[in-house]
Design a protein around this ligand. Sequence first.
Ligand SMILES: [Zn+2]
Length: 288
Amino acid sequence: MPELPEVETVRMQLRQKVAGKQIESVEVFHSKAVNHDETIEDTLRGKTIADIDRIGKLLIFSFVDEADVFLLAHLKMTGQFFFVDLEGDIAGGGHTMTESAGRDFPHKHSRVAFHFTDHTTLYFNDMRLFGYAKLATAAEVAIARGKFGPEPITPNFDCTWFASKLKKRKTPVKAALLGQSFVAGLGNIYVDEALWRAKVRPTRRADKVTKAEALLLCKASGDVMNESIKVGGTTFQHFVDTGGDNGNFTDYLKVFGQQGKACERCGETIKKIRCAGRGTHYCPSCQK
Ligand SMILES: [Zn+2]
């Protein structure tokens, strides 16, 4: 499952490729990928992509002069977007696991193709069909937005608000941070990393985290994701960005996947436990 930095990387790179392009036709190879919507071809034909926005890990395509038509796309486990230009050059983003299906598009995992008037094409591929690229109204986009809290990577994210909200939670701090309605976008890897930076143990009850720790944790959450976005995300799940590069934030991880290794800060052995239903990594010495 790609985490937010990977999806943000895809968003930033994809918008450079497709913003301003007019859709000539839409080919649906598997109707589940478009939520069995038979109107998608007619609705999108002739529309020009204005921008790609994001809520959590949901990508939102908007269209020029269209206030009530959006395309919502979620990569889920195995989704990918591939943009094929006039020279046949391919820029892909998402999972590499359909590499076996070949690089001639469409291939067996291609679910939707958006053909542009300049003869370039955007493919949505998804081996396991958990992802989607479906139409939505402005009201539906608003509902989706309402399910997500603010993102720590937002400039001027309010860490005092973050600390006060954390104080009201009785779950382990890790579980609180994973909840997307509190803060959006923090996935398993980044929660573990942020907790290590803030020296807070994942199993601590959220309401027992001090304000000073919460402020550190807030800053760490934003920092760790912004740093990951800068280098294109992590690669565990075979992620490639739309430039075809592997993200390499894995080189910077301090606790995630580091169990058995020495903590870089204090030398204690990093432990792996289960917390909030997820594999959780922490230093038993310097994370209190
Ligand atoms: Zn340590």
